[in-house]
Design a protein around this ligand. Structure first.
Ligand SMILES: *Cc1c(COP(=O)(O)O)cnc(C)c1O
Length: 429
């Protein structure tokens, strides 16, 4: 597959943007492939600047659950544009967005819109610290919560992909307030909370981790988290920036029946525009200025175009039978991939919750960051580049989720499985 135009643009990019990309995970450095530069997308198809076509399983890292350029989302957006792109003043759209979120995610009584998932988690931990008067945080190895100073400790996503040990520029005293524990390990959690429980402001987690590859949470682990928080007074923060509206309209908390105190949202609620949100119990949220005195603000927060695209997306997700369909397609895709690997004699473990899943190149169950790290990076590199050259666009890292959208049809899934068969076979079993 020729990518000469992409290569030329990447050359220019390297001169003016660090690493040539505006987010490290896009670079392809870990898989030794220069990234295709994308020109346009429709449904589940991407076109690059050289005219190559790909079936997209990155889906903008999650937001495009309805597929690219969904006609209703585009229509709502194009109707919103002539009214103005930003006012820095309240709009009814923001109230509609807050009401929609509350209707879909009942643990959220009040919500504040921000511009990214990073801002959502940063604000939620400030709120948790302010509301409890405590400073320590508990997070889990391999969970990624955006590039917030206090949360870059043992983080997933690009931090794991590029094996960055501790991020320079994060003050040691700040990182020192964060305890990082193995995911799914109730015993380690109990041990740490017995020791530090009274100092912990919040426990933050991806209830379905997607940033070390997909990990399936043990239900008893999630239950234990809720009980320990009730017992110690630490706030339970679900970072549902990926899982929110992805696995159910009400996210992982609906799927597993566990209510967090605060929830962070992003990705899907912007319908592809930059957005984030954090919300939760009224008595906690009322600590935020101007109601309370914990400060957080944003010039473009609740931007009318982002609200319009997000509301259109939520409307379709709420009304349609999108989730049953996503489940059926995803089951079909991942069981097909498992079959393809098996017939080629390549050992893989597949973790999947609804339309998010990861294929790990390992023979052992993957339940946390340590077991995810056992995934064979060399095999992934080979698989990644041959899949890309056969027109299948995956995240360029063994520690990321594949996302299936409503626009993936049987023919795309079938073609993906066929390509995977050949790519597994070329790895030489
Ligand atoms: C993507 C992500 C974030 C950060 O969101 P940005 O919009 O990239 O800042 C936070 N938490 C999780 C779980 C994510 O997947």
């Amino acid at each position: 597959m020729e990518r000469t135009k992409s290569k030329a643009i990447f050359g220019r990019a390297l001169d003016v943007i660090p690493g040539g990309v505006n987010s490290p995970v896009r670079a392809g450095k870990a898989v030794g492939v220069d990234p295709p530069f994308i020109k346009s997308a429709k449904g589940c198809t991407l076109w690059d600047v050289d005219g190559n076509q790909y079936i997209d399983y990155v889906c903008s890292w999650g937001p495009m659950i309805l597929g690219h350029g969904h006609p209703e989302v585009l229509k709502t957006l194009s109707e919103a544009i002539p009214a103005g792109t930003s006012f820095g003043a309240p709009t009814e759209l923001e109230v509609e967005m807050a009401e929609s979120i509350r209707q879909l995610v009942p643990s959220i009584e009040m919500v504040r819109m921000v511009n990214s998932g990073t801002e959502a988690t940063m604000s939620a931990i400030r709120l948790a610290r302010g509301a409890t008067g405590r400073e320590k945080l508990v997070k889990f190895e391999g969970c990624y919560h955006g590039h917030v100073d206090s949360l870059l400790v043992s983080a997933g996503s690009g931090v794991a992909t590029f094996a960055i040990p501790g991020c320079p520029g994060v003050p040691r005293e700040l990182a020192g307030h964060t305890l990082s524990l193995p995911f799914n390990d109730a015993e380690a959690l109990r041990g740490a909370m017995e020791k530090y429980g009274q100092e912990v402001a919040a426990i933050i987690l991806e209830p379905i981790p997607g940033n070390m590859g997909v990990i399936v949470p043990r239900p008893e682990f999630l239950k234990e988290l809720r009980e320990i928080c009730n017992h110690t007074g630490a706030l339970l923060i679900f970072d549902e920036v990926i899982s929110g509206f992805r696995v159910r309209p009400g996210g992982a908390q609906e799927l597993y029946g566990i209510e967090p105190d605060l929830t962070c949202l992003g990705k899907i609620i912007g319908g592809g525009l930059p957005v984030g949100a954090y919300g939760g119990k009224r008595e906690i949220m009322e600590n935020m200025a101007p109601e309370g005195n914990i400060y957080q603000a944003g010039t473009l927060s609740g931007n009318p175009l982002a609200m319009a695209a997000g509301l259109a997306t939520l409307r379709i997700l709420r009304e349609g039978r999108v989730y049953e369909e996503l489940e059926r397609k995803s089951e079909r895709l991942f069981s097909g991939l498992a079959g393809a690997a098996e017939s080629a004699g390549v050992q893989v473990v597949i973790n999947r919750v609804g339309s998010m899943g990861t294929l790990f190149f390992t023979g052992h169950p993957v339940t946390d960051f340590e077991s995810a790290s056992a995934s064979n990076r060399e095999l992934f590199r080979g698989f990644y580049s041959s899949m890309l050259d056969s027109g299948i666009y995956l995240a360029p890292s063994p520690f990321e989720a594949w996302f299936v959208s409503a626009a993936h049809e049987e023919e795309h899934i079938q073609r993906t499985i066929e390509c995977a068969k050949k790519c597994f076979a070329s790895l030489g079993g």
